[in-house]
Design a protein around this ligand. Structure first.
Ligand code: UDX
Ligand code: ADP
Length: 458
């Protein structure tokens, strides 16, 4: 029987690998946890006081465990030799070339990692997929890892991450479930039990679900597809509300009271962003097409299409409200991150909206408490955009404010002062429905929420 030590390695120190491993080290002082990455700057940042990922509560977790039993390093090969339990959370972006371009996952980083594990292992290892991957990736990895007949055996497990950014630490502390997929063989089950033991340090047994590998991989894609579908559903209805006297807040509340539907994830918005939803749905779509399931593929693809429509609709609403021209007008985007409490801007709807406003020749001023460095990278080729951390200064002289991210701080701003500093008529486009629209209207703003009647002065 293979004996595994309790040294844990994670390859890939990004938004998933970093916080997840830091949390395991925090909860399990008896394990030694190493996180490696090819990106030297990123590892240096994990070893500094300025972590590369902003997550509420993460600083404390890292400060407690780092140097005690949590180590960040770039020595990947050495770490592979020293560890028997290896999580892999390298990036799996959507392919930008060749077959499956724009749809399938780009597995080059994963495959490179698998080969590295193979070349530097002299004893048996458990390899755990943490990144979201297309179904049957584990099988491909298994084939790579079994290609060398040197007596070293590998067990591949799927352990998808369900944490959401902004609440990662709370989600890790108290997960709805932990999902572990394995092969139904003696060694597969033994490997699975090693991983179950790790989670049992803080997760109750009944929340740890075990399935076969393929069900586990597919469940991750399906969970994200269902969540994204809810947002596209409520956003589709928001368009209808704007044409009628219905109010999306009231509709969502009435619908969400049905316990079969539930009241969470029903906030109409400018659209979903984040690194997972679009990518995972497109993976699902690609998978369906590969198996000839065109109708199923079309069905899920629509969820992404409605999301694109919602972003464009928001821009057209702005254009229409501001007398059909944005040229030369200053528009302040309040928020840029794809959601509150993160500096991450991957697939943020604000990217599309800022580009479209710039295309319409508006002057765009962007403010965000955490995401300005990423915003500058995302928009580095776009002209007519400026960045300002202070929301009051950002709004000065603007014709319109547009809420992109539901940061709590934007609810508490003094909108009377802001109104006084703006060009008139002044507009607010609340892309997250977080502000007090009645109050803004009384202050003098023309207010355009999502899926609710506008409050205008003309
Ligand atoms: C998501 C999944 O929730 C998580 O389980 C998975 O591991 C990774 O993908 P994340 O992308 O971090 O997490 O954030 P999430 O809270 O799901 O929000 C995604 C997007 O949907 C954000 O842009 C958010 O603003 C938007 N959203 C969410 C809405 O527009 N309305 C809602 O009601 C909820
Ligand atoms: P996620 O949100 O899935 O965590 P990120 O892009 O934030 O995605 O993180 C993925 C990390 O994986 C990056 O820091 C990247 O440098 C790292 N990475 C990619 N390929 C390799 C590799 N072959 N070996 C080690 N790290 C890698």
């Amino acid at each position: 029987m293979t004996m595994y030590n309790t040294n844990i390695l994670c390859i890939g120190a990004g938004y998933v690998g970093g916080p997840t491993m830091a949390f395991i080290a925090y909860k399990c002082p008896h394990y030694r946890v190493t996180v490696v990455d090819v990106n030297r700057e990123r590892i240096a940042a994990w070893n500094s006081d300025s972590l590369p990922v902003y997550e509420p509560g993460l600083d404390k977790v890292v400060r407690t465990a780092r140097g005690r039993n949590l180590f960040f390093s770039t020595e990947i090969e050495k770490a592979i030799q020293e560890n028997d339990v290896i999580f892999v959370s390298v990036n799996t972006p959507t392919k930008t070339f060749g077959v499956g371009e724009g749809m399938a996952a780009d597995l080059q980083y994963w495959e490179r990692t698998a080969r590295q594990i193979l070349n530097h292992s002299s004893n048996s290892k458990i390899v755990i997929e943490k990144s979201t991957l297309p179904v049957k990736t584990a099988l491909a990895m298994e084939r790579i890892l079994k290609s060398n007949n040197n007596g070293v055996s590998f067990d591949i497990l799927s352990n998808p991450e369900f944490l959401a950014e902004g609440t990662a630490i709370a989600d890790l502390e108290n997960p709805d479930r932990v999902l572990i997929g394995s092969r139904d063989t003696e060694s597969g089950i033994r490997a699975r039990d090693v991983l179950v033991e790790i989670y049992l340090n803080w997760v109750p047994r009944e929340r740890i679900l075990t399935t076969n590998t393929w069900s586990s991989e597919l469940s991750k894609l399906v969970a994200n597809a269902f969540l994204a579908q809810r947002i596209s559903s409520i956003n589709a209805v928001s368009a209808l509300c704007e044409k009628t006297d219905a109010d999306i807040g009231e509709v969502a509340r009435a619908v969400g009271f049905d316990s079969r539907i539930g009241n969470r994830f029903l906030n109409a918005s400018i659209g979903f962003g984040g690194s997972c939803f679009k990518k995972d749905i497109l993976n699902l779509v690609y998978l369906c097409r590969t198996y000839g399931l065109e109708e199923v593929a079309d069905y899920w693809e629509r969820v992404v299409r409605i999301n694109e429509y919602q972003k464009e609709r928001f821009v057209l609403n702005m254009l229409n409200a501001m007398f059909n021209t944005l040229a030369g007008k200053r528009i302040c985007l309040l928020g840029f991150a794809f959601k509150a409490d993160t500096g991450d801007t991957r697939e943020a709807p604000a990217i599309y909206i800022a580009k479209r406003l710039a295309e319409e020749k508006a002057e765009v001023v962007i403010t965000d408490p955490k995401a300005l460095p990423n915003a500058m990278l995302d928009l580095n080729k776009v002209t007519g955009v400026t960045y300002e951390i202070d929301p009051y200064k950002a709004a000065e002289g603007c014709d319109a404010l547009a809420i992109m991210t539901e940061w709590g701080l934007y609810k508490g701003l003094d909108y009377r002062t802001i109104y006084d500093s703006m060009t008139k008529p002044a507009f607010v486009f609340d892309g997250r429905n977080i502000l007090d629209h009645q109050h803004l209207h009384e202050v003098g703003f023309n207010v355009f929420p999502i899926g609710k009647p506008a409050l205008a002065h003309f």
